[in-house]
Design a protein around this ligand. Sequence first.
Ligand code: PLP
Length: 467
Amino acid sequence: MDERKQELLRGLPKIDEMLSMIEREQRCMDVMRDIVKDACRVVVDEIRGDILAEDGVSHLPTLEQAVERAVGIVENYRVYRLRRVINATGVILHTNLGRAPLCKEAIERVTAVAGCYSNLEYDLDKGRRGLRYDSVKKLLCAISGAEEAVVVNNNAAAVMLVLNTLAQRKEVIVSRGELIEIGGEFRIPEVMEKSGAVLKEVGTTNRTRLADYEKAIGPETGLILKVHTSNFRIVGFTESSDRGTLVELGKRHHLPVVEDLGSGCFIELDRYNLEREPTVRDSLQAGVDVVTFSGDKLLGGPQAGIILGKRELLEKIAKNPLNRALRIDKMTLAALEGTLVNYLHPEKAVEGIPVLRALTEPVALVRKRAVRLANMLKRDFGRKADIFLVDGFSMAGGGSLPDRGIQTVLVGITSASVSAAELERRLRRREPAVIVRVAEERILMDLRTLRDDDLPELKRAIGEVLD
Ligand SMILES: *Cc1c(COP(=O)(O)O)cnc(C)c1O
C-alpha cells in the first residue's frame, strides 16, 4: 500500500471522538447509544473503503462531516419505509403497490380491535375458549354456499396446506396448460413439491382432454387439481376439461377435485361489461370439493388465503399442524370480516369495495374526473406544460381478467423543460409518491385508479415537479 493511503488511514475519524461530538451537541438523544455507535462505525468503514479503493479518495472528510453522516443514518431509521402511494398507473390490483386498498368497514374493524383485547379465541356466550375463525367462517359460508371455511396467510399457503393435507406422497393430476407461474415466486410445480405431493402432468400446453386425466389416474392418485390460469391465456387450438367434467371424473374414482381460483371473485363481472371471471359460487356449485383463492385480489380485502369446500375435507385441512403455522392474525381477521360484510349484498360490495368500484366504474364517470383534473392543472400550469386527455385501457392486475383492458381516460402531460422520465422520477420520489405511466415522451395518469380526493394532492405534486 502506498504511503499516502497509509497516512490517510491513520487520520480516520475515531468512533469515540464522533460519539462524544454527537453527545456534546445533544444529537440523537432519543436513540440508544449502541445504535448511534454502530452508525459511526458504518461511516468509518465507508471512509476506509473509499481510501482503499483502486482510485481511492485523496483526502479525508472532517470529523464534523463524518458525524453528519452518522447522524443521517440514525435519523433515517425514523423515516417510515412503508407509506402511502398514489396509484396513477391504472393497474387496479398492483402487487408492488399493495394490491387491494381496504374498504371503509375493514379499516373500521381493524381500528376497533387493534389497540385493545378482543375475543379472538374466546366465546363470549359460553365464557370459554372459542375458535379464531368463527367470525369469518359464517360469513364466508353464507356468501359462497360452502359447507366449511379455513383461512390462512395467502393463497400460496392455502394451496400448500390443501395439497399437504390431501395428497402428501400421493400424485396430484394437473393439466400441463395450468402449470403456471405467478409473479416469480409462486410456481405451481414448486409449491407442490414443497407440499410433499407428487406432480403428475397430463396433456399438452394447449390441449388436455378428459381422457388424459383418466389415463393418469392410478392407485397413487391423491387428487385432481384445476388451476385458474390467472395471468395469461392460451388462445387458438385449445381444449381443456371444464370443472363439471372433472367433478364427474373425481366422483367416479372417489378422488377430491381441488380448484385454485387465484382471484376469489364473488361478483358476476359480465354484468358490468367485463369478462366473466369464474366466481367462487360457480366453482362450488359445479361440485368442486375444495377451492382456494386470495383475500387481496378481486375480493378486495386483506392479504389472506381462503379455503372453502366440503366439511369432511375442510376438517382434515383445519387439523393439519401446518395450519397453525400459517394462521392469520387479529388485524387480518378484522379486515376480512369488514370486507366480507359488504358481500351480503353484491351491489353494496361493488359500491363499497375500492377495487370493485374501480373495476366497474362507467368510463363516463372516469372521463368526468379526468376533465376535472385536466382543468385544474391547465388553470395553474397551462403555461408551463401541455396537458391533455388520452383514451386508453386500465388493467385489472393481480392475475385477473388478463386479456382485456378496461376502457379508461388518462391525463397526459409533456413539458418543454423537463423530460417525461424526469417528471416520473420526481413524482415517484416526492411525498406522497405518485406512480404514473410513461409513454411516448409523456407522463400519463389513469383516472380509473384515482379518486376524487386524490386530485388536490395530484395538483400539488404536478406543481412541484414542473418547477
Ligand atoms: C395470485 C395467485 C396465487 C398466489 O396467491 P397469493 O395470495 O398471492 O399467495 C396462486 N394461484 C393463483 C392461480 C393465483 O392467481
